[in-house]
Design a protein around this ligand. Sequence first.
Ligand SMILES: Nc1nc2c(ncn2[C@@H]2O[C@H](COP(=O)(O)OP(=O)(O)OP(=O)(O)O)[C@@H](O)[C@H]2O)c(=O)[nH]1
Ligand SMILES: [Mg+2]
Length: 295
Amino acid sequence: MTRCGLVALVGAPNAGKSTLLNRLVGQNLAAITPKPQTTRFRIPAIRTEGETQFIFVDTPGWVSNPKNPWHIALTQQSLAALREADVSVWVLSAAQPIPTLPPPTEKALQKAPCLLAALTHLDLYPSPSRATKLAEFQSKLTSFSFQNWIDISLDQPLEPFLQTIAAYLPESPFLYPSDALTPLPQRFFVGEILRSQVYQHLHEEIPYGTEVEITLYKEQPERDYIAATLYVEKESHKPIVIGKGGQMLKKIGTAARQEIEQLIGKPVFLELHVKVAPKWRRSPTYLRRLGYRTS
Ligand SMILES: Nc1nc2c(ncn2[C@@H]2O[C@H](COP(=O)(O)OP(=O)(O)OP(=O)(O)O)[C@@H](O)[C@H]2O)c(=O)[nH]1
Ligand SMILES: [Mg+2]
């Protein structure tokens, strides 16, 4: 009998959820940056091994002190992933303080049918303090019933983690073909690449206040044609994203185009526009348009 199920990767911003997702499926699907709130939507990614199919779901980091409807929409996605999951993995960074949780998230984690703790960033500690750090997390998080604690920092193998999860997955036929990687369309990942380039090239509030909409994705035999709009929150942000003589937008576009071409394996024509969506992070209408569920 085969096993198959949803495995939610949840946690605070910057905990290392997307890094773990990419390691688990051996592909750079989710954007990774040193800045928080890199992931904004749920990203399912599939790994099939023998009789087991894992459907991992990367999620946006939850926001402990939400300041706007966007923060709430981000947190809601990790809650939705927890509701659907067969196994929930709380990704905890040893480089961050023991996290505070938004109350609905705390409840959801306490109710999760199967909860695992996965520690990241322990590679930053030499061996005696590595064990102490792990013990410190275990002693502070006693109100949750973890089935297991696993160190999945960058220097650790993934096998013990995969074997533990496999044991908790329900018996079920596979939900996807065994060579499937993700049910999301390529244009979603094009948006991710663009946003990660915005994160890498721009600083302070700008990356958080920028969202990407792919407005046209035309597949052609020789060269795909993609048009995208970068929405910024304020008129004053527009010239920063565009740069002097269009230099910044050009840099972002060139770097993104190269990554997109690697992803899809053929040349791409990428057209970028910058528009102002006033205070989009506070506007349910803009949030819905940009793909967020606001209720
Ligand atoms: N040293 C070390 N760095 C790590 C580890 N895991 C992730 N990182 C780094 O931590 C930073 C954040 O990683 P992400 O995977 O983007 O974190 P995330 O939880 O997906 O963050 P959000 O999407 O913003 O919620 C990146 O700079 C990673 O390279 C780890 O185990 N050890
Ligand atoms: Mg992420």
